[in-house]
Structures are given as C-alpha cells and as structure tokens.
Write a protein that binds this ligand. Sequence first.
Ligand SMILES: Cc1cc2nc3c(=O)[nH]c(=O)nc-3n(C[C@H](O)[C@H](O)[C@H](O)COP(=O)(O)OP(=O)(O)OC[C@H]3O[C@@H](n4cnc5c(N)ncnc54)[C@H](O)[C@@H]3O)c2cc1C
Length: 378
Amino acid sequence: MAKHNITVLGAGFGGLELCTALSEALDDRADVTLIDKSDAFIFGYSKLDVLFGATTPQAVRLPYKEFVKPGVRICQQTVTAIDPVTRRVTTEGGVFESDVLVLALGADYDFDATPGLAESTEFYTLAGAARLGELLTRFHGGRVVIGVCGAPYKCPPAPSEAALLLHDYLSTRGVRSACEITLVLPLETPVPPSPETSKALIAAFAERDITFVADREVSSLDGGKKAVLDDGTELPFDLFFGVPKQRAPKVLELSGMTEDGYVHANPKTLQTRFPGVYAIGDCARQGTPKAGVFAEGAARTVASSIIADLLPNRAKVPHAGTGSCYIEFGGGRIGRVDIDFLSGPEPSGAYHAPSVELRADKERFGSSRRARWFGRAT
Ligand SMILES: Cc1cc2nc3c(=O)[nH]c(=O)nc-3n(C[C@H](O)[C@H](O)[C@H](O)COP(=O)(O)OP(=O)(O)OC[C@H]3O[C@@H](n4cnc5c(N)ncnc54)[C@H](O)[C@@H]3O)c2cc1C
C-alpha cells in the first residue's frame, strides 16, 4: 500500500512542532514533506534581543539542515500555488501531491498598507531590528514613537516589551532624560485577556514616563518625521519603531482560501472548509492571537488528528487554545501570563508578576524547543 503523503507548508513554530510530533508517532510510516522558502528558523523574541544589541542576527539563526527527523523531508523552496481541492502544491522546484495538507505559512508584512512605512524603520523583521539597533547606538536624544499599524499583529505584548526595554537601554546610556517614548497600540489595553497584566504594564509605563496611546493605529508616516494616527492625531518623531500591518501570505489569497485576510479554521479541529486541509498559526484564524505558543498548540491538535486517522487506539485531541506568554518588563525581570482562549465564555489570563526567576523559565522555553526541533544541547 502506498504511504500516506502529508505536506506541511511553512517551517515556523507550527510546522516544526507538527513535523516533530508526526515523526515521533509515525516514524517512517508516512511520507512527510516540510516546505519552507527560508534556510533557518528564528524565534520572534530574538528580534528584541538583536534590536537592543544583546546578540547578532547571525547568532539567532537555527539552520533547517539541523532539523533531522525520521520520515520527514525538508525542502527549501517557495510555494507559488496551492489547489485546496486536489491538495496539490506548486513550488519553483516542482509539484507536491498530498493526502493531507497543512498550511502553516505564518503572516506576511504588508508594508504598502501604510504609506511611508517602507521608507521608515520597523523591528518586526530580523533585518529591520538589526537596522534599528544600529541607529539606536547613535541616538542621543529626541522623540521615539513605537507604533502598530494594524490589528491583528504578532505577539500582542511585543511592542510594550520594546517600550520598557528601550527605557532601560536609553537609561543605561545616560540619555533617557533627553528622550520621549510614546507607545501606540490598536488595543484598549496592552494584554486584553488579562486585566491584571494590562494594569501592571500601564503602571510600568507610568513609572518610566512612557506615554501610552490606546485603541489607535498608525495610518501613515508623513515625510519620515511624524506618525499620523487613524483619528488624525499627528505624533512627530526622531526615531520610529514600526510594527507593519500583517496578512496571510499572498499565495493563500491567490488560492482562494482566505476570508478577511486569513484562512478560517475550525478552532477546535483546525480543519478548513476543504477536506484534508488544515490551517494553523499566524496564517489562520484559529481562535487565538498570533503567537508561536498558540501555533504550536494548534500543531499538536493537527498531529493528533492525523495520527489517529493512521494508527489504532489514538485519540484526536481538541485544540485547547491555551498558552503562556513571557513579557520583558526591563531590569532583567520577566512576567508571564497564562492565557486560555477557548474553554470559557470569554478569554482569560492568569498573571505572574515579573521576576528574575521567570527569566530562567523563558530561557527554558527557548532551549527546550532548540533541543526538541534541532537537537541542540543549549
Ligand atoms: C518581535 C516579536 C516578538 C515575538 N515574541 C514572541 C514570544 O515571546 N512568544 C511567542 O509565542 N511568539 C512570539 N512572537 C510571535 C511568533 O514569532 C509568531 O507568532 C510565530 O512565529 C508564528 O508561528 P507560525 O508557525 O504560524 O509562522 P512562522 O513561525 O512565521 O513560520 C511561517 C514560515 O512559513 C514560511 N513561508 C511563508 N511563505 C512561504 C512561501 N510562499 N513558501 C515557502 N515558505 C513560506 C516562512 O519562511 C516561515 O518560516 C513574536 C514575534 C515578533 C515579531
């Protein structure tokens, strides 16, 4: 009998966890193909480390050649077309037929959606974080605006973390009193599912003289000198920390699978409306925000579903929509919020106050994934 063909598009948080779980359970009883256009994985939070000079872009890359799992073939190719009905995928290198297709392509940045952004600065790409980090070393005073250009966006706490870490960075350099920091979020509070976390962040902004503008987004950048918000407010700046608007990759839109910019998936099963096609993580509307930890949780559900279809006595595990987000508060301390999106009538989040101990927790989060996916000891 021919082996089951499983094609996974995108080797990010979702794709890596899914293929690891499939390999563990199925070994080589299925043919799993993992396709990604890049040659390395990068944790999203590493961009903050690069931005503030704690590490280099080269040091945070985890090369895919180190992702070695029985039964999984990884191909560095760009997906150019997807037929969701036949589950046929085309890349610049060939055509892939599949019995099961999983979309894990993440979210792309839509620079054109915000006039002036392409000519300005942002910290959501690795190259952008490195460039802004370089500019920061020569920044001795002035107005900084940290501005999000649209929701939903990846890792909702990341811009708040950037504001608090920037305060530390400028204080260490002795220039904080010569600077103003303004944070603009398209959210009413920094972490909406957890009022306690939001309260702690708002108090931290106030203590550090960081101006927080809630429920607004940056609509355009005027002449590289001021951010124009969606209510017309103008915020002049000397340095802009942009978070570009996001959407599912174009190839998903061209395949006719997106609605409102993303692929809709059943929040409990991650199945799309196309039989045998699942969507997980940032490219999907899967009932949770855009964060690696939620892409990973969705991947575990899809793995359980594929495995249960192939092996006897295996259960399909519904998507829980839970995950822990670590939040850098500055001063070497990290907070954590444990969020549950799907079990209650409303999302809820349990807050753990920032501490030095939680830094070790976050480091374990990274090192456990490096070990599980890339076989790295550290
Ligand atoms: C500054 C910052 C801080 C963050 N901090 C955290 C954090 O602390 N915790 C957390 O959980 N999350 C964090 N995130 C969010 C996290 O990085 C993303 O939510 C997560 O990576 C999403 O996982 P994914 O598998 O859906 O997509 P991704 O990890 O983005 O992977 C998608 C993959 O698809 C590939 N791809 C896209 N298009 C194509 C194509 N056409 N052909 C082939 N391959 C393609 C890409 O190369 C990519 O490797 C942060 C993000 C940022 C920017």
